[in-house]
Design a protein around this ligand. Structure first.
Ligand SMILES: Nc1ncnc2c1ncn2[C@@H]1O[C@H](COP(=O)(O)OS(=O)(=O)O)[C@@H](OP(=O)(O)O)[C@H]1O
Length: 301
């Protein structure tokens, strides 16, 4: 099945963004910035009451950690394993769904696949109570910052930054959309040993995509042949996804599928900025399992 095209609604919103003033593009809810064009404060109240099901799937990623990649892989896996899933729910972002849309989602048949960029504390509690499987993709904080900087500057719905230095300072203080990378990472540490939460890193997927696909399939108790795994890997490379991105993501294709890979931070960070982030990582994540999973020494030094 082809990946779903960017909904018409989203294309219309992007058109609307062109008339927005930069200062109106984000709003703050409980101390965190969200995109005005996609979210409303009332969405969060409705999310608190959302009823997850045991057989739902929730894909979670801090912005720019590889959500679109993993959602594509997950769909390919579920197609290959003939999972019967509801196409309407497909990767609806919980925080972008207004209360009526969330209500509609609650009426849909299983299996629903949903997505979110929010901090784990803002994920509806029912996902954890029902022991719904939650797949999280994480990426090293330096490449995430670079990807986020370019996303802000290329996305017509976000206020552009004059300079990398300005963006870096806001990223470090958590004054970016969806909040602080470090707050998210620290919070996932609490779930890392859960049988129903699987954290995979972007870098491990880059290093061995077939292994990543196998791990995801295993987490959802799906069996794939070696040929199926190889076929999914071929369809999920950066080049393949970027080449199809106009078809799959409309005008957002070039914004999302930028460069891919590991280490672009070296082309952006000053020595001082690199040291500042090293110190922050040490302060927040030294000795944690999530910190070890991110292989900071390998990817960020
Ligand atoms: N197939 C594949 N392989 C490798 N890398 C990939 C792939 N697909 C997407 N990407 C890269 O993921 C980055 C976008 O992350 P997200 O999809 O999480 O962005 S978003 O927050 O949902 O907008 C963004 O990273 P950067 O290129 O570094 O900006 C994308 O290029």
């Amino acid at each position: 099945m082809a990946q779903r095209a960017l909904p018409k609604e989203m294309e219309e919103k992007m058109q609307k963004a062109k008339d927005m003033k930069p200062e109106d593009m984000l709003f703050t809810y409980k101390g965190v910035l969200y995109p005005s064009l996609l979210c409303k404060p009332e969405n969060f109240k409705a999310m608190e009451r959302f009823e997850a099901r045991e057989d739902d799937i929730l894909l979670v990623a801090y912005p720019k950690c590889g959500f679109n990649w993993m959602s594509h892989v997950l769909k390919k896996i579920s197609d290959a394993a003939h999972v019967k899933r509801d196409e309407t729910a497909q990767f609806t972002f919980l925080e972008f769904a207004d209360p009526e849309k969330l209500q509609d989602l609650s009426k849909l048949p299983s299996q629903r696949i949903m997505g979110t960029h929010v901090h784990p504390k803002d994920i509806p509690a029912s996902f954890f109570e029902k022991k719904t499987k939650v797949l999280v993709i994480f990426r090293n904080p330096k490449d995430t910052a670079v990807s986020y900087f370019h996303f802000y500057n290329k996305n017509p719905a976000l206020p552009a930054f004059d300079s990398w230095d300005k963006f870096f300072s806001q990223y470090m203080s958590g004054e970016v959309m969806l909040g602080s990378y470090f707050d998210h990472a620290v919070a996932w540490e609490k779930h890392i040993d859960s049988d129903t939460v699987k954290i995979i890193t972007y870098e491990d997927m880059i290093e061995n995509l077939t292994e990543g696909i196998q791990q995801v399939a295993k987490f959802f108790s799906l069996t794939l042949s070696d040929e199926q795994v190889q076929a999914i890997a071929q369809e999920s490379t950066f080049e393949t996804m970027k080449n199809k991105s106009k078809e799959t993501h409309g005008q957002m294709g070039n914004v999302i599928f930028r460069k891919g890979g590991v280490g672009d931070w070296k082309n952006h960070f000053s020595e001082e900025q690199s040291k500042e982030l090293d110190a922050k990582f040490e302060q927040c994540l030294a000795g944690t399992k999530i910190g070890a999973k991110l292989k900071y020494e390998v990817h960020c030094k």
